[in-house]
Design a binder for this molecule. Sequence first.
Ligand code: ATP
Ligand code: MG
Ligand code: FE
Length: 350
Amino acid sequence: MLVLGIETSCDETGVALFEGGPTGRGLLAHAVYSQTAIHAEYGGVVPELASRDHIRKLLPLIQEVLDQSGVEAASVEGVAYTAGPGLVGALLVGAALGRSLAWAWGVPAIAVHHMEGHLLAPLLEDPAPAFPFVALLVSGGHTQLVDVQEIGRYRILGESVDDAAGEAFDKTAKILGLPYPGGPALARLAEQGDPQRYRFPRPMTDRPGLDFSFSGLKTFALNSWQTVRAEREDLEQARADIARAFEEAVVETLLIKCRRAVEAAGVERLIMAGGVSANRRLRSRMDQEMAARGVSVFYPRAELCTDNGAMIALAGHERLAAGQQEALRFGARPRWALEELEPIVAPAHE
Ligand code: ATP
Ligand code: MG
Ligand code: FE
């Protein structure tokens, strides 16, 4: 089944064509347009500007992936769009256009949960993880450990009680004077940092449980940064050292909790997804750590860790292929818990 995927939950317009099933050709094309430049001047996402820009970009991007893949619009067999969680106006753009295109083309439509999209993105890679597995979702708005029995059967094992990991990266970057959005820039800067200079805490690792708290780390970064500035030290090196200490603290905290989670769930596979899973230190440390325990680690290529249409096309495909579809209406769910999703019920005649 050939599915068009549409992602507009925040500040990336993502579109993709994915063909699933035994004879499917997989990901045929995907394109992402990032609105970063528009929001940078405000230091964060401005919801109304995001909605307007999705309207401007969505149809041209859909045309682009059709052209790139040589697929005729008439061959598209289903449309998947992100319906939540996210910014309501931004979501409504993708939902309205996705549902309308499906109606115009006479094909089924499916509303996709953005975090289910992230969670299933590793299935776009070869080898794809088999079920069950534990998922570490680390993005701009979420930090969650999820027990995944099958598609749609999710149990949250732990999550952040305050900032998400990506949010903490972005806020710390801002404190250090890096341009928005700072996560990837902070990670680059950390490469030059001396890991011995500072040691930040590993929050909530001294007690049992799988919840996270990252907001205290940015306070540590702020205090360290203010001290070196007052003492007029070599600011460039100090900035890199603080970035390094922050990154080490986040990565090690995630490692400790993932270790506990795979033990508690008794699984042999761990997947990572969401923007922070593009982080190179996190990937290599997690690979090492889990290999030593006989656990296989899966994550998408870096461009499919952050928001994209490919993960939405794939997640939507799985549900459409199982016979699920939306009625002839659409809506957005700015708040939508992963645990509310239904498992995919196999068609009765199979
Ligand atoms: P959510 O998926 O929770 O709704 P989102 O869609 O905004 O949030 P993503 O697009 O998945 O989040 O990821 C963006 C986040 O990932 C940002 O916070 C960004 O700083 C972070 N990020 C991206 N690359 C890296 C990296 N290499 N190291 C650390 N953080 C990174
Ligand atoms: Mg984004
Ligand atoms: Fe996301």
